[in-house]
Design a protein around this ligand. Structure first.
Ligand code: NDP
Length: 453
């Protein structure tokens, strides 16, 4: 009989925490989990899921025009946010309940409260209860970062965007990462006038340079007013209720809303970590070893709060690896190599492996790249191009990176990631016969390098 109330206490009911809690409970551990807000965390409640549902909604806008060009008699429609929003929230509540049920089924105790660490084995909850646990897993995720400038509080973040009373006529999005580019395309598709200010020379820093340029061009062609090299300096509300935003180099914007998409911060404050000697990085990320263990042996951390790769499927893998290590006697490091991801711009960008720049810094490479108008767009004389790009090691002939910008690129890259993860060579790609007529066939048809070192 254990001296502790629980074998495992999880703090945070997001993707990583719920997976770890459920799998540990299924393996026979006595598990408690505390969540202060809603079960499901950022991904389900105010991230991936509602965002993707908004992506779906936003794609119908241009379809009427395209359908007409395919011979349909179809009038333009108008998006009704107030018809969509309750359905969105009903769906989130449905998913939240599934999370709750799946966690409770193997016997996990769910505590709807905020938790704080009192010592290496004790948590105190905001409802006055406290529990001891042999192991504690911190899976508290992250929150939007808002820059410190006059009037910043007048803007919103991705937390609030799903709850707006109405969509603004115009919005200014600040930032150039995943969230900024995705919401620029979503809101543009829903009929909102979008201006995007990014402080750097090009959006999507860290991604492949050629792809970044391609996506920026597509965004501009869709009517997004994309400005690079611009930082906001202040926000004021005018007497007409609109927000007046000033920026560097005399930039100005007058909009209904400002969306701060300026990165995310690990949620590690006020958890009692410092007093226990759990180390945190300058940005607040909990420092863990390759088994997700902190400097205090009984305390582990996974997911965005550790700021390794801030993606839901990675947090889930980290949670599963933690359970293997601690509860199944099978020490397992989460594998952070060759993690594929998709940026849900329109069209989408799917990527796995190295960028051209990263690969070239490492070794001599061949680059295969094709940008072309897909059949569906070319038939109706739309200029939007798809882009397929493979980066290949000259020495090993392995595909080091695969980049796809196309409708459905998120779906395509998941499959390409299997081959890249297996160490496929360019010859392996070439050996696969094309599926015709598709866009994705291009990935096995690029025979001559576009560039070779
Ligand atoms: P990102 O880190 O992707 O982008 C943050 C952006 O904000 C960058 O362009 C950055 O500029 C800019 N920025 C940061 N600080 C300031 C500032 N003070 N003033 C002006 N601009 C600033 O963060 P996101 O919030 O977009 O997304 C967070 C994470 O969530 C992502 O990294 C990703 O891991 C995950 N995510 C994944 C999604 C997916 O899988 N599809 C979707 C959404 C989020 P600079 O480049 O110059 O630093």
């Amino acid at each position: 009989m254990s001296d502790f109330d629980y074998d495992l206490f999880v703090i945070g009911g997001g993707s990583g925490g719920v997976r770890a809690g459920r799998v540990a409970a299924e393996s026979g551990a006595k598990v408690g989990l505390a969540e202060e807000f809603r079960m499901g965390g950022t991904c389900v409640i105010r991230g991936c899921v509602p965002k993707k549902l908004m992506v779906f909604a936003s794609k119908f806008g241009p379809l009427a025009g395209e359908a007409r060009d395919f011979g349909w008699d179809m009038p333009d429609g108008r998006f009704d946010w107030l018809a969509f929003r309750p359905k969105l929230h009903n769906e989130l509540s449905r998913l939240e309940n599934i999370y709750r049920t799946n966690l409770a089924r193997p016997g996990t105790d769910i505590h709807d409260a905020r938790a704080r660490l009192i010592d290496a084995h004790t948590v105190a909850l905001s409802n006055g209860q406290s529990y001891t646990a042999k192991h504690i897993l911190v899976a508290t995720g992250g929150r939007p970062f808002v820059p410190d400038l006059p009037g910043a509080e007048l803007g919103i973040t991705s937390n609030e965007i799903f709850n707006l009373d109405h969509l603004p006529e115009k919005i200014l999005i600040v930032g150039g990462g995943y969230i900024a580019c995705e919401f620029a395309c979503i809101l543009n598709g829903l009929g909102v006038g979008v201006t995007l200010w990014h402080r750097g020379p090009q959006v999507l820093r860290g991604f492949d340079d050629e792809v970044r340029g391609h996506i920026a061009e597509v965004m501009i062609a869709q009517g997004i007013d994309l400005r690079v090299g611009v930082s906001p300096t202040g926000v004021q509300r005018g007497s007409d209720g609109r927000l007046r935003v000033s920026g560097t180099d005399d930039h100005k914007a007058m909009v209904g809303e400002v969306l701060w998409a300026t990165g995310r911060t690990p949620n590690s404050d006020d958890l009692g970590l410092e007093a226990l000697g759990v180390e945190r990085a300058d940005n607040g990320a909990i420092v863990v070893d390759e088994y997700s263990q902190t400097a205090v042996p009984s305390i582990f951390a996974i997911g965005d709060v550790t700021d390794r790769i801030a993606l839901t499927p990675v947090a889930i893998r980290e949670g599963a690896a933690f359970v293997e290590t601690v509860f199944k006697g099978n020490p397992t490091r989460p594998d952070h190599a060759l993690v594929a991801s998709a940026v849900f711009t329109q069209p989408e960008y799917g990527t796995v492996g190295l960028t051209e720049e990263e690969a070239r810094a490492q070794e001599k490479i061949d680059v295969y790249c094709a940008a072309f108008r897909p059949m569906q767009k070319s038939f109706i004389d739309r200029s939007e191009k798809a882009l397929f790009k493979l980066i290949v090691s000259q020495e090993s002939q392995k595909v080091l990176g695969c980049h796809i910008v196309a409708d459905g690129a998120g779906e395509m890259i998941q499959l390409a990631a299997v081959a890249v993860k297996m160490g496929a060579t360019k010859a392996d790609f070439d050996a696969a016969v094309a599926v015709h007529p598709t866009m994705a066939e291009e990935i096995v048809l690029m025979k001559t390098p576009t560039r070779a070192d």
